[in-house]
Ligand binder design. Structure first.
Ligand code: G3I
Length: 380
């Protein structure tokens, strides 16, 4: 009902504006509400991730919402190695080009995701023409070529880069990816050296990972950053993904985590924020999640009708998260949501296909949730 009233008022207001200025294009958002990017303008950038369909579907509603509400954008998949360069010498620049241009046209900060990640990297990257694993030097050369390619194509437009993604395990050990196996334990350092040498000097080079509050990973990242700083290896920011649950990490843990990373002196970027509304409590113990199907137990609101009390709980969770971001805003440069509306979220198909999840601040129809309003009210 509240949404109906808001959009109803918006229609009246839009019509009223139309009377005075037919050329002014207006929407429910701009007429009635302070947007996220406006509310947080003097705190940090507020971003969202865009997907390929938003660029290929004419008038995709999420694209309009992104332009209106966010001051930073990231591409979810189309700069990853397997998408942009699936085979040697074959490049798909269409989506990334449109993304970079959107940033210029709309004056929105663009984030390059991601230079080097063990996942979504095709096998050929690690192999020579005979199918043998590359030498360390050959793989470093290949990585340098990729950095050069991005710098020459987007260097004037994309100024924030996830240089390495998810290279450290929960227990703090280095992930035994092919990058690590071929290059060795200095893979992350070499990646940052390459990025420093090849990417623009005014680019922000970020290490990005999930579960950054886990003590093992946290301590390894902190030690790595300190080591880089002592050796003079350039790193410009720490990326905390923020794929969080309804309870964990708690506000207290978020507080401690942000305090510890901020002590490095590097700006913090919350790079992939969402709250897993459905969670995984209904999967049962010891099951192979990949074999599960969506059921009424693990997918209780397939029609999208979330009961008000659950919506309120979700709003409370986002409130406590943003209270922490505000507390630490001097150390935070950006908070990016992983998607625009609930319909865009990867959590509808992970960890199992076919769920209707509700992790973001905009509903599938583009209307705002109570959580959205609470987040804005915090800075009013
Ligand atoms: O595009 C194909 C489609 O043609 C095909 O029919 C369909 C069948 O499964 O797959 C589609 O590709 C999927 C793609 O998302 C687009 O929806 C891939 O299978 C799927 O693996 C891919 O998942 C992406 C995931 O990274 C891959 O690990 C998610 O969209 C993307 O949101 C997610 O993003 C990651 C960040 O890059 C790093 N941090 C974690 C985050 C969430 O997993």
């Amino acid at each position: 009902m509240k949404i109906y009233k808001i959009s109803h008022l918006a229609v009246i207001a839009t019509l009223a504006i139309g009377v005075f200025s037919c050329s002014e294009k207006s929407t429910a958002q701009s007429v009635n509400k302070v947007t996220l990017k406006e509310a947080y303008a003097d705190k940090f950038l507020v971003g969202a991730t865009l997907g390929a369909s938003m660029f290929t579907t004419p008038n995709h509603p999420s694209l309009a919402l992104a332009k209106e509400n966010f001051s930073a954008i990231t591409l979810d998949n189309d700069m990853k190695w397997e998408r942009i360069n699936p085979l040697p010498g074959k490049f798909n620049f269409e989506i990334a080009d449109k993304f970079a241009q959107l940033g210029v046209d709309e004056n929105i900060a663009t984030v390059g995701h991601v230079l080097f990640w063990h996942s979504q990297t095709p096998d050929w990257v690690f192999k020579d023409d005979e199918g043998n694993l590359l030498t360390r030097e050959a793989l470093l050369d290949r990585m340098r070529e990729r950095a050069k390619m991005f710098a020459s194509r987007y260097g004037d437009r994309i100024k924030i880069w996830d240089v390495v993604n998810e290279a450290i395990e929960d227990d703090g050990s280095l992930r035994k990816s092919l990058y690590n196996q071929i290059i060795g334990d200095d893979f992350i350092e070499q990646a940052f050296i390459i990025a420093d040498q090849e990417m623009p000097k005014d680019a922000t080079l970020i290490y990005n990972d999930y579960g950054m509050n886990r003590v093992g990973r946290r301590d390894t990242v902190l030690a790595m950053v300190k080591g880089f700083q002592q050796k003079g290896v350039r790193i410009d920011g720490i990326g905390l993904q923020g794929h969080w649950g309804m309870v964990n990490p708690t506000a207290e843990i978020i507080d401690t985590t942000l305090t510890l990373y901020a002590a490095t002196g590097l700006p913090l970027h919350i790079t992939e924020l969402d709250v897993d509304f459905l969670g995984r409590d209904n999967f049962g113990a010891n099951v192979d999640i990949k074999k599960l199907k969506a059921t009424p137990e693990n997918n209780p609101y397939p029609d999208g009708n979330v009961p008000p009390e659950a919506e309120a709980k979700f709003a409370k969770r986002y409130t406590e998260i943003f209270q922490q971001f505000l507390k630490h805003h001097d150390s935070i440069d950006r908070v990016t949501f992983w998607g625009v509306t609930d319909g865009d979220s990867w959590l509808n198909s992970w960890p199992l296909e076919g769920r209707t999840n509700f992790p973001l601040l905009f509903k599938r129809d583009g209307s705002t949730k109570q959580a959205h309003d609470n987040v804005i009210a915090l800075v009013k």
